[in-house]
Design a protein around this ligand. Structure first.
Ligand code: C5P
Length: 222
């Protein structure tokens, strides 16, 4: 095999997607943002005014929903039933509700199957919460990215301001803590470091340093 699978997990806003994209680009691998898939189904459920705790209803919805992750030029786009929802899945309404949908066991089972199919027979960098533990348990490289809550909130805050999005540091801190709590405490595949994952604390590391650490691990396989 001349390609491997790279799993990147960790709490909200730890920089997973930023480094995953760069690593994928460097290796000419596919980047798969599994959080975007949970966000997309959450958006659709909210649009249809469904009860987010109604597991049967959300599963039924998901089974009739097409979610595509495409690369366009240098950016990633997310299609929900052929419609571009790349920005719509990042609103605070979706962000603050996605963890309730993501804790439904039957929804997770369907998502994991789709994610495994996307990763089949190709070099992938996949990020999420349960990639190293459940989606790709045989991934050759597993990374668990962490950073302090304050640092994560600060980074997200600065990112928002740069994009001209209204932002409150206090609110972001609360949202991140709440999401981590639900994601870590849920019964089905909670956010947890895989035993064989390498933990990187990015609080005082630059993006380049994190990318380099991951590429060093990758190079040990070739
Ligand atoms: O990665 P992102 O922050 O966009 O993920 C949004 C939410 O989707 C997470 O807070 C979590 O509830 C859920 N998620 C998950 N398992 C994954 C990826 C995301 O439960 N593999």
């Amino acid at each position: 095999k001349d390609y491997i699978a790279i799993a990147i997990d960790g709490p909200a806003a730890a920089g997973k997607s930023t480094v995953a994209k760069i690593v994928a680009e460097t290796l000419s691998y596919v980047y798969i943002d599994t959080g975007a898939m949970y966000r997309a189904i959450t958006l659709k459920a909210l649009q249809q005014d469904l009860d987010l705790n109604d597991e049967a209803a959300i599963l039924e919805l998901l089974l009739h929903t097409k979610i595509e992750l495409n690369k366009q030029e240098k950016s990633q786009i997310v299609l929900l039933d052929n419609e571009d929802v790349t920005n719509d899945i990042r609103t605070s309404e979706v962000t603050n509700n996605v963890s309730y949908v993501a804790k439904l066991p039957k929804v997770r089972k369907e998502m994991v199957e789709r994610q495994q199919a996307l990763a089949d027979n190709r070099g992938v960098v996949m990020d999420g919460r349960d990639i190293g533990t459940h989606v790709l348990p045989k991934a050759e490289v597993k990374i668990f990215l962490v950073a302090s809550v304050d640092e994560r909130a600060k980074r997200r805050h600065e990112e928002n301001l740069k994009r001209g999005i209204e932002s409150s540091l206090e609110e972001l801190t609360r949202e991140i803590e709440n999401r981590d709590f639900i994601d870590s405490k849920r019964e089905t595949s909670p956010l947890i470091k895989a035993d064989d994952a390498i933990e990187l604390d990015t609080t005082s590391l630059s993006i380049d340093q994190v990318v380099q650490e991951i590429l060093n691990e990758v190079n040990r396989y070739f």
